[in-house]
Design a protein around this ligand. Sequence first.
Ligand code: PMP
Length: 413
Amino acid sequence: YSSNIPQLPPDPLFGIKARFALDTHPNKVDLGVGAYRDENGKPWILPSVRLAENLLQHSADFNHEYLPITGLKSLTEEAAKVILGDESRAIKEKRVVSIQSLSGTGSLHLAAKLIALFFKPADGTTESPVIYISDPSWANHIQVFETCGLKTARYPYLDAEKKVIRINEYVKTIEEAPRGSVFLLHATAHNPTGIDPTPEQWKIVLKAISDNGHLPLFDCAYQGFTTGSLSEDAWALRHAIDTEGYKFPGVLVCQSFAKNCGMYGERVGAFHVILPVHDEALNSAVLSQLSKVIRSEISNPPGYGAKIVSLILTTPELKKQWEQDLITMSSRIFGMRKALVAELERLGTPGSWKHIVEQKGMFSFTGLTPEQTDKLAEDYGIYMTRNGRASIAGLNGGNVKYVAKGIDGVVRK
Ligand code: PMP
């Protein structure tokens, strides 16, 4: 059989990580993977996570038993409140079905499974809806949906030249998509561009999605990274779910705690299905179907990280500390954006770099070409994805000048 199995290229992002590890350059810098680093360039265990871990390990009923198939209830319930808001109408009206997932990717996978199994754009059709993904987007989005047999299409998003959202073409694509399509929306801190719609643009986009009978799917992997505030970063999603004027057939929400709790490898996340009206039977049916997917694929979700995040969300002092940790991370990243631009301007690097300060979240879409990023890796040992996306979290006081020097060097070549 082996002759039928074609070799695939390595994953671009994890490929960068591997090349970075092998690079012997003394000043090498990893701006590839979207993981927060502290001022010393080291992974950071959030103080709130440390406190929760300590509490957990010293609690009398701590063990490593299996979680239920649907996950840790205290996590999924609190996770829904974190993302939808304590005052969420949808929660009060019991329109939310929540289940624990393998971080954000696992949550997207559950969305894909549910769509592939049950969502049909119109009565009588057997075709699944097309999933519309921003151009550009997180590289994994397409394959998460296509490996579940779904078709994907792109909606125009970034005007790379002007570094603004191509709002007219975006809305035109929504209007022209077959009724009942799925629109995957980055809830906050768009990856890779760092450019989110303004509230006015969100309203235009959401109205077009609603008017054309499409289903919004919010991917929320960076809540807290845009403004440092959990509620501000959930504004678009809460506006979509809580505004009566929109008539969505439902809303899907994929939530990751990888970045905002720094729990990357522990795979903590949740998937929420928001039903348009309260329907106890449908609620239960959806949960049963998602449970079957979980049971057949992973049997039950991982417990350790779920217990830690749940403790943070249910213990007021820990929640307060977490909110402080989010400010620590988002403000350090913002400081690094400013430092990088200041240094590029000091060097007189050709071009305009202001967009780096204006972009939100963990990344900057620098505008460097694939060839320039190759050169940056070769000549300076500075790694970012070939589309010019740099993880600003990888910058610190010790390397920001060097990175600016590298960018300056490859831009002038
Ligand atoms: N969505 C987006 C836009 C992302 O950038 C990421 C992580 N890079 C994810 C989802 C999923 O991440 P994880 O599975 O680690 O939670």
